[in-house]
Design a protein around this ligand. Structure first.
Ligand SMILES: *Cc1c(COP(=O)(O)O)cnc(C)c1O
Length: 366
């Protein structure tokens, strides 16, 4: 099949079934059919991740950042502060959001690609008793690094703090144990490892948090987690949802439940292993140590003398879209994600065309 393979970390290639789901009837969002669609998605999300009894979920129309802002701006009570681990673009974004909402923050900074030091977190929690919530990105898509959610969750729990996880690029791609890691708020989106379209994202909220949420000051109108949750619990939506992408997410969740979350994670892990074997053979160097890499994205150092644009354009001619580094890594790395509906033969062919690009380049390495 002649299609562009997206190796960027979302939006991802979707199946034909998910694409066809877009084409369902026009719908007024105040009619019962829309309420059923919203409830179906909310139920399936919890079912897919085994959270039916412990969590609630609020959908929001917008990219993952909308749901992240909904969680971040809603999670703190008056007088509390937010501890944010920053070791990539997305940790920084959480702190930026908190600042935009005038929420007090304590930040811990690490080089991009390096995991946080747990002792630093412990010290910050002891030094700042006003911290109410610890915020961490599960999969730092900037670098492909998996942050130690479980260890950080244990620390937060031991200090009586809540845990907020940006799992936008990891849900259904890397394992997340909501109970053992003491997750209270978890943010996800339709268009990464869930294999839906961009336009709807969500926050999973531990049920016991509802009472506390009701007391938190409202810092946003659109992104008010409590009000969105309450409306959706009553079968309503606060504002007009992006109906068609909800149809597609509902179908994508059917596929996820059929495949199962553990099997999808295994499929991604297998693809990443195969790609990395190929990268090793070609002599590529990695940004992140093997022990910390996610299942769904690999950050590779650009070979000497091959600018990103050249590599990108060569691969695009062959039907593959790769992804640039961000910020200080823009000139030195490129990224290859393996999220979405991509077949083994397509990954195999990517390795072949990548190898051909290196051979064509005068300063090849492998
Ligand atoms: C993709 C992503 C987001 C959200 O980005 P959008 O452009 O809003 O989709 C947030 N956090 C992480 C870790 C991500 O990978």
């Amino acid at each position: 099949m002649n299609r562009i393979i997206l190796l960027n970390p979302g939006p991802v290639n979707v199946t034909e079934r998910v694409r066809q789901a877009l084409l369902q009837p026009d719908l007024c969002h105040r009619e019962p059919e829309c309420a059923q669609l919203i409830q179906s998605i909310r139920r399936k999300l919890l079912t897919a991740f085994g959270l039916d009894r412990t969590f609630l979920t609020a959908l929001i129309s917008g990219s993952g950042t909308a749901a992240l802002e909904m969680a971040v701006s809603s999670c703190l009570g008056d007088g509390q502060s937010l501890l944010v681990v920053r070791n990539g673009v997305y940790g920084e974004r959480i702190a930026t959001m908190a600042a935009a909402h005038r929420m007090p923050t304590v930040t811990l900074d690490y080089e991009w690609g390096q995991p946080p030091v747990l002792d630093d977190i412990e010290r910050a929690l002891t030094a700042h008793p006003e911290i109410g919530v610890v915020a961490l990105v599960h999969h730092e898509t900037t670098t492909g690094l998996l942050n130690p959610v479980h260890e950080v969750g244990e620390l937060a729990h031991r200090h009586g703090k809540k845990l907020l996880i940006d799992a936008i690029s990891s849900l259904a791609g890397d394992a997340l144990d909501f109970e053992r890691s003491h997750v209270d708020y978890c943010v996800g989106t339709a268009n990464k490892c869930l294999q839906g379209f961009p336009g709807v994202s969500f926050v999973l909220v531990r049920k016991e948090e509802m009472d506390a949420l009701a007391q938190h000051p409202a810092r946003s109108v659109y992104c008010d987690l409590y009000k969105n949750l309450k409306a959706q619990e009553q079968g309503e939506t606060l504002f007009t949802p992006a109906v068609q992408v909800h149809y597609a997410l509902d179908a994508a969740l059917d596929e996820l439940i059929e495949e199962t979350v553990p099997a999808r994670i295994e499929r991604y892990a297998t693809a990443a292993r195969m790609l990395r074997n190929g990268f090793n053979d070609m002599g590529f160097e990695y940004l992140v140590d093997a022990a910390h890499r996610s299942n769904s994205l690999t950050a590779l150092k650009l070979p000497d003398g091959i600018p990103y644009e050249t590599l990108h354009d060569e691969l695009k001619k062959q039907g593959y879209v790769i992804y640039a580094g961000q910020g200080g890594l823009k000139q030195s790395i490129f990224r290859i994600a393996n999220m979405g509906d991509i077949r083994t033969e397509e990954f195999q062919r990517l390795l072949d065309v990548l190898k051909a690009c290196l051979v064509k380049s005068p300063s090849l390495r492998g």
